[in-house]
Ligand binder design. Sequence first.
Ligand code: WAQ
Ligand code: MG
Length: 289
Amino acid sequence: MARENGDGGTLFSVRMRAARGGPHEAGGRHVSGAERLLPEREVAAAVRSLVRRAQEHPLGAPDFIQVTVERVETEPVRIPGLPVTTVAASAPGEARRVAAVLLASAGVAPATAARAIEALAGGPGPGGGTMRGAMLMDAATGARLEPDPARGVRVTRVDVAPEARREVTRSLSRGRLIGTRVREALVLASKVAWAGALAELCWSDDPDYTTGYVASPAFGYVRLTHLKPRGTPLGGRVFFLPPGADPAPFVHRLEAVPVLLTGLGGVRPPVEASDFLKEIARDAAVSRA
Ligand code: WAQ
Ligand code: MG
């Protein structure tokens, strides 16, 4: 039975994926993807805008675009968004040091964090390409747990709640975070944290987008400038699971349970990487005391 959301209408999941050189499952390179969760009256406009986004992608025009529109049959879970911090790093070396420290503080073993960074830098897909979805890693052992290592796990059925959009846009633009990219990444990361990941690591496969992030329920969504070198077409996402966790229920939550963000956890002014590292060390000393 379809349920009404707070906005009075049935929700639809709208998903787009685009590839070049054939469909993904025939070996095409992933170009662009996106997911929305919307009231019915907004579906047609969203489809148009996602098709246009795929066609105008900086990685080059796709020759395969698939858009799926599907009614969501269950009531969405409403969750708050993660708080946002921006850490200004000077180069990938420094940004990745901060990422490693944050991942360790969230319970990811240092060797696992190093393996994740290497996988993203080298191309996480089989043969060193990109993936359409995310890798899953056991935080302790670094073992890859995604059922399909070529595709990865795709987070879908998530969006900002219609009634929270205005406030989310306002908070992000007050923090000088304009555009859909940051918002979509924050929405995704908030669902991943809610679903039970200890942490997430991400940077884009878009050659010119070099800011990435580490997120966790413990410290929120921490953006890191220069997490990847400019010009490389490799990137992706890693979701770290608690040691020994079964990936199946986690994947089910990410793909099948509809989630709406009810707001944002705050946006902090940017902080220099060196100051941020001191801050983390201080907090760690306090919690040990
Ligand atoms: N579920 C799982 N993995 C995904 C999804 C999804 N819905 N969407 C993208 N990915 C994976 C996939 O492997 C992509 O190749 C990779 O992530 C990168 O996707 O605060 O733009 O859309 O300034 O290129 C982060 C920082 C930007 C934003 C990330 O990723 C900020 C970005 P992209
Ligand atoms: Mg991309």
